[in-house]
Design a protein around this ligand. Structure first.
Ligand code: ADP
Ligand code: MG
Length: 481
């Protein structure tokens, strides 16, 4: 397998379908929430009742523009809808309303760590419903399929990339980045398991050094980051083996099977002309003025890359900034902490350390936890003022996560504040020096490292509450006597 990677290079282009987070469908008034009772969101257009006419949901255009701006696309002054004909039992009209030659977004790019991935275009379209295949046994036995039309007509933005990716890692990074951007701008919840984001993966291989692309296979049904990477790696080897044996890769649509970890042929690839695209006669083209674009632009929230930049400027490492930004709820929470005056570096250390570990263990999100922003800020304040030590604060944050108790109250109740008066620490220091004559002798004989031993003893004695500077000073004083 590794020889194949020395000999061939993979070329990947992705078509990502992102479900837009609108209240209602793209051409009808039914809702499009996930998980409703089957066939309860089925209006006249969805069911293709005679005479039913599509009415475009303006919010879809707004979201399309917002996404386009975030993806550095050009928003043409006009876009239109086209009919794409095919028979699918879960799309009763017998055609899908999509966009063909005049999509809402043209061009653009997404930055991943080592390069920009080009965006060819992004277009709006309606989704199909869902088929549930049941009792599949025998040719005509008890096999039957159920149709749920709830999803039919939910708005999708299909984002087509240039064939710019060269490894499964780059493909994964691209989808993660895209997902993050769409989530931050609020147009898609990016939930791969619920199907609100799906990727069709086009992959071909070519001998390293060759300019022309090879023939591609399109892989459908990839619904997690893990299966995206696995499907690409599998397909690379499959294609390399075909070529090694003197065969030819054929252009086709293949289906990924997560259980077997393989792809299998689903159908030959159809060409655009097979779909008999023609302009949708029931919908007017949409004219998009510069004012319209500007009004959408004015609502653009901070994008993930900008957030990372800001976090780095406020003192976080690039790594930490990225980890936070990749978890949108953590980043939003962190922003609240900053707004209330928390120190960025300290807050992020706690969030990514103790807090993240707790949340992972309990399988809850930061917003579901008992650690409110205000209480967290209070705790960080106590630490900043020197009322409590860092170690005590680490323990307290766990206490708060468990109980939701007020930080100040916990410190008082448990007597956790730092001991900063000499008269309390000095006797402890003296006691430790007296009861460890061997270590004292060794220390005086040049074993400087032993200083840490004495500090440790004193901290143990005070349950971590001794003021470190004062303790150091008194210890030195006693040991140098
Ligand atoms: P279709 O709708 O027929 O799948 P599109 O042109 O809309 O075709 O999308 C094709 C996708 O395949 C794009 O993401 C493109 O980057 C990618 N692609 C095209 N040619 C190749 C190739 N030779 N190898 C890998 N990916 C390719
Ligand atoms: Mg395709």
């Amino acid at each position: 397998m590794s020889d194949y990677k020395d000999k061939y290079e993979m070329v990947i282009g992705l078509e990502v379908h992102a479900q837009l987070k609108t209240q209602t469908k793209i051409f009808g008034r039914e809702g499009c929430e996930f998980g409703r009772e089957p066939n309860t969101e089925t209006g006249t257009v969805t069911m293709a009742l005679p005479g039913a006419l599509p009415v475009l949901n303006k919010e879809c255009i707004n979201m399309g523009i917002l996404a386009g701006l975030a993806l550095n696309s050009k928003i043409p002054s006009r876009c239109k809808f086209d009919r794409k004909q095919y028979f699918y039992p879960d799309l009763p009209k017998g055609y899908q309303i999509s966009q063909y030659d005049e999509p809402i977004c043209q061009g653009g790019w997404v930055q991943i760590s080592n390069k920009k991935i080009g965006i060819t275009r992004a277009h709006l379209e309606e989704d199909a419903g869902k088929l549930v295949h049941a009792g599949a046994s025998g040719l005509y036995g008890s096999a039957y399929s159920l149709v749920d039309l709830n999803r039919a007509g939910t708005p999708l933005l299909e984002i087509v990339s240039e064939p710019d990716m060269r490894s499964s890692e780059e493909a994964r990074e691209y989808v993660e980045k895209l997902r993050n951007i769409l989530k931050y701008i609020g147009v898609c919840d990016g939930n791969l398991e619920e199907g609100s984001m799906r990727a069709d993966c086009n992959i071909s291989i070519r001998p390293i050094g060759q300019k022309e692309f090879g023939t591609r296979a399109e892989i459908k049904n990839v619904n997690s980051f893990r299966s995206l990477v696995r499907a690409i790696e599998y397909e690379f080897i499959r294609q390399a083996e075909i070529i090694e044996e003197g065969g030819k890769v054929i252009q086709e649509t293949r289906l990924w099977d997560d259980n077997s970890g393989t792809t299998s042929s689903m159908r030959g690839k159809e060409d655009a002309h097979d779909y008999r695209y023609f302009p949708e006669p029931d919908l007017m083209p949409v004219e998009i003025s510069q004012e319209w674009i500007d009004s959408v632009k004015a609502k653009m929230p901070e994008l993930p890359d900008e957030k990372v930049e800001r976090y780095i400027k406020s003192g976080l490492s690039e790594y930490d900034a990225n980890v936070l930004v990749n978890q949108i709820d953590m980043a939003m929470y962190f922003d609240e902490l900053l707004k209330k005056g928390a120190d960025a570096k300290t807050a992020s250390n706690f969030l990514m350390g103790e807090v993240a570990a707790f949340l992972k263990e309990e399988k809850i999100t930061i917003n579901e936890s008992k650690l409110t922003v205000d209480n967290f800020v209070k705790l960080l304040d106590l630490l900043k003022k020197g009322t409590i030590s860092n170690n005590i604060a680490k323990g307290l944050v766990i206490d708060i996560l468990n109980t939701g108790k007020d930080a100040q109250a916990l410190v008082e109740e448990k007597g956790l504040s730092v001991i900063s008066d000499e008269s309390s620490i000095l006797p402890i220091v003296q006691k430790i020096v007296q009861s460890n004559p061997e270590q004292v002798a060794a220390y005086k004989g040049g074993k400087d490292k032993l200083f840490g031993f004495f500090v440790g003893q004193a901290m143990k004695e005070t349950k971590g509450r001794a003021n470190p500077q004062l303790l150091n000073k008194l210890l030195k004083q006693e040991l140098d006597k």
